[in-house]
Design a protein around this ligand. Structure first.
Ligand SMILES: Cc1cc2nc3c(=O)[nH]c(=O)nc-3n(C[C@H](O)[C@H](O)[C@H](O)COP(=O)(O)OP(=O)(O)OC[C@H]3O[C@@H](n4cnc5c(N)ncnc54)[C@H](O)[C@@H]3O)c2cc1C
Length: 397
């Protein structure tokens, strides 16, 4: 039987997993992965990389994962889809044809139109953002020798609480390493909803609030942010001085879909059928698809496996099966050796949660890498080597 050309767009959780699953079936599929970056971003550890953890754990070259598989990697930013000719066009003028298209483009940051936010805030949604934040912290603490008056994290969801849990320890450690006096830090976490982790049960929100307060974080709940300037943030009608505002509060679906005429739901995610098709032969997975648990890496991996398995079944002359959403396990760290686990009615906190987070990361890496490499990455995650030229130069003095 003739090989079908599967074009996968997006080299994140969904795209890479789909490529790996299909790559084992060379007799049926020729696979091309189009990605706008040459590395896979392991988002769950970006907060750790931003606060002194190694880059290696969050930014894994696509060639390392897919290099020796039956997958051609092409770099480019998908711009236009031509359904009639079955082609994808990139911003730099490449034209790629396909028999089957899998779209896994992930989400983009949404600043909700808040004045100055995009211009002045830091982020941790990509490795570039995480490294920029780390470089800024180093400049303040090591070159200028002064912590900020206020560190402000906006967004009390998982990304905000992860960063808030790691930041005090990191800033204190850099201050101690570079001989700065041990002053009280002002680290604020700002959330527009009345509770942290607003999508979780109230008891879970309360546990996070207690945990972060115990680390000295000041919580501003029910506090929408109104504007940001180069050195202030406006919230509750008051200006607070800060040069370190980190925006973790909003994401939106990738604009590719509405620009290319996909039918989207109210939340702007793409409507898919029970095979995850948005159009015959065009599958949309992960953060882009309007499914019950969209927005989690676990869901993107699950979707990719589902679509790949059905394509393999179809190629073997078997009937496909229908999509059933799978409830993820929510494992969220907030501070040294503390994490919460929410698994249906089971809620765990503290060191046990932390151990489960390590296991979850190992499984996350293991979905994409051999077990020994997954173990190496997990161990590298425990490392607090800053890879920072300024720190290295100072340490050598
Ligand atoms: C800071 C952070 C922490 C998170 N922590 C967790 C966690 O602990 N547990 C969990 O389950 N989930 C977590 N998530 C959510 C999880 O990362 C996402 O749900 C998951 O990445 C979605 O996978 P995806 O394949 O849909 O998209 P992504 O993994 O985002 O991959 C999309 C890829 O497509 C590329 N791309 C985008 N547009 C184009 C284009 N036009 N052309 C070509 N390539 C393009 C992007 O560069 C990216 O490589 C976190 C997210 C963030 C931001």
């Amino acid at each position: 039987m003739k090989q079908k050309h599967v074009l996968i767009v997006g080299g994140g959780f969904g795209g890479v997993k789909a490529a790996l699953d299909l790559a084992a079936h060379e007799e049926h599929f020729k696979i091309t992965l189009l990605s706008d970056t040459d590395a896979f971003s392991y988002h769950p550890t970006l907060y750790h990389t931003a606060t002194g953890g190694s880059r290696e754990v969050s930014d894994i070259p696509l060639k390392e994962i897919l290099g020796n598989k039956n997958v051609e990697i092409i770099l480019g930013h998908a711009d236009k889809l031509n359904r009639e000719n079955k082609t994808i066009h990139t911003e730099d003028g490449q034209k790629l044809s396909y028999d089957i298209l899998i779209l896994a483009l992930g989400a983009v940051t949404n600043y909700f139109g808040i004045k100055g936010m995009q211009e002045y805030s830091y982020g941790i949604k990509s490795i570039q953002e995480a490294e920029e934040l780390k470089a800024h912290l180093h400049k303040q603490l090591i070159e200028d020798k002064k912590p900020d008056l206020n560190y402000i994290i906006i967004g009390g969801g998982p990304t905000g609480v992860e960063l808030a849990g790691a930041l005090p320890g990191y800033v204190k450690r850099i201050m101690a390493q570079h001989g700065l006096p041990d002053t009280k830090l002002h680290i604020d976490l700002v959330e527009a909803a009345p509770h942290l982790m607003p999508r979780m049960p109230k008891s879970v929100s309360k546990a996070f609030e207690r945990q972060l307060r115990s680390l000295g974080i000041k919580l501003y709940l029910g506090t929408p942010v109104q504007a940001e300037t180069a050195n202030t943030i406006l919230m509750n009608g008051k200006y607070v001085r800060s040069h370190t505002v980190v925006w973790t509060a909003g994401i939106a679906n990738n604009p590719f879909f509405e620009a290319n005429g996909f039918i989207v739901a109210k939340n702007h995610k793409v409507q898919v059928d029970k095979l995850m098709q948005a159009w015959p032969g065009i599958f949309v997975i992960g953060d882009n698809a309007d499914t019950q648990y969209s927005g989690m890496a676990q869901t993107a991996l699950y979707d990719a496996h589902f679509v790949a398995e059905n394509l393999i079944r179809h190629a073997a002359g078997e009937r496909p099966y229908a999509y059933k959403p799978k409830k993820p396990i929510y494992v969220t760290p907030a501070g040294p050796h503390w994490a919460s686990v929410v698994w249906g009615p089971v809620h765990l906190y503290g060191w046990l949660g932390w151990a489960m987070r390590q296991a979850a990361d190992w499984i996350g890496y293991k979905d994409l890498e051999p077990w020994w490499r997954a173990t190496e990455l997990l161990l590298a995650g425990a490392d607090h080597e800053d890879n920072c030229p300024i720190c290295a130069a100072n340490a050598a003095k």
